[in-house]
Design a protein around this ligand. Structure first.
Ligand code: ADP
Length: 187
């Protein structure tokens, strides 16, 4: 496998640990970090507010070209490496590798309950995780550069090691091997 050495997108359902991992990549590997939510807020890339759910909707049509442009600018420094953190990152282009973090919905539920999410928002996210929505979307857009990691039993440092192994071409975790569909049946 060819080592991947430039731009990594980290995606997955809210609460799976994307920011924790991306922050670690920035700190330990000194990569440039683009946090999609912060990036959109700073540049006011919103198309409106979801009236029912009350959150601002990021305009992907504006976000994605801005992300691509920013990646190109950072990449002018040939040694620069970039990590893009966000559950919308996989809708954008410019990745050499897309990592989807997966977490058993029963563990995710505990994490989301600690956030101020409504019951309906928690259920929506748990169902999305059980169905593997982010992985399917990412694979449709990015094909075989997408890998998914089941992080349920891994510490952030373990996840970083796994990502490093993928980056170095030592390991591969293609989409389709993680199956949380039982959670739907049991709930
Ligand atoms: P996301 O960015 O995907 O929404 P966060 O990185 O904010 O997720 O993590 C959500 C919560 O889970 C945080 O409280 C974080 O400390 C915790 N967490 C993240 N990664 C792990 C892990 N590998 N093991 C246990 N807890 C974790």
């Amino acid at each position: 496998m060819k080592p991947i050495n430039k731009t990594v997108f980290i995606t997955g359902t809210p609460g799976v640990g994307k920011s924790t991992l991306a922050n670690l990549i920035e700190k330990k590997l000194s990569w440039h970090l683009i946090k999609i939510n912060q990036f959109a807020k700073e540049r006011k890339l919103f198309s409106g507010t979801d009236k029912e759910k009350g959150y601002k909707i990021i305009d992907l049509g504006v976000l994605c070209p801005e992300i691509t442009k920013t990646i190109s600018e950072i990449s002018l420094d040939e040694s620069a490496k970039i990590v893009v953190d966000g559950h919308l990152s996989h809708f954008c282009h410019g990745a050499d590798l897309v990592i989807v973090l997966r977490l058993n919905p029963s563990i995710l539920k505990k994490r989301l309950k600690k956030r101020n999410y409504s019951d309906s928002k928690i259920l929506e996210n748990l169902e999305a995780e059980a169905l593997g929505v982010c992985s399917l979307e990412a694979q449709e857009i990015h094909g075989n550069i997408v890998h998914e990691i089941d992080v349920g039993k891994l510490s952030p440092a373990d996840i970083l090691n796994t990502v490093n192994e993928i980056i170095n071409g030592e390991k591969s975790f293609p989409v389709g091997e993680i199956d949380f569909l039982n959670w739907i049946v049991d709930n």
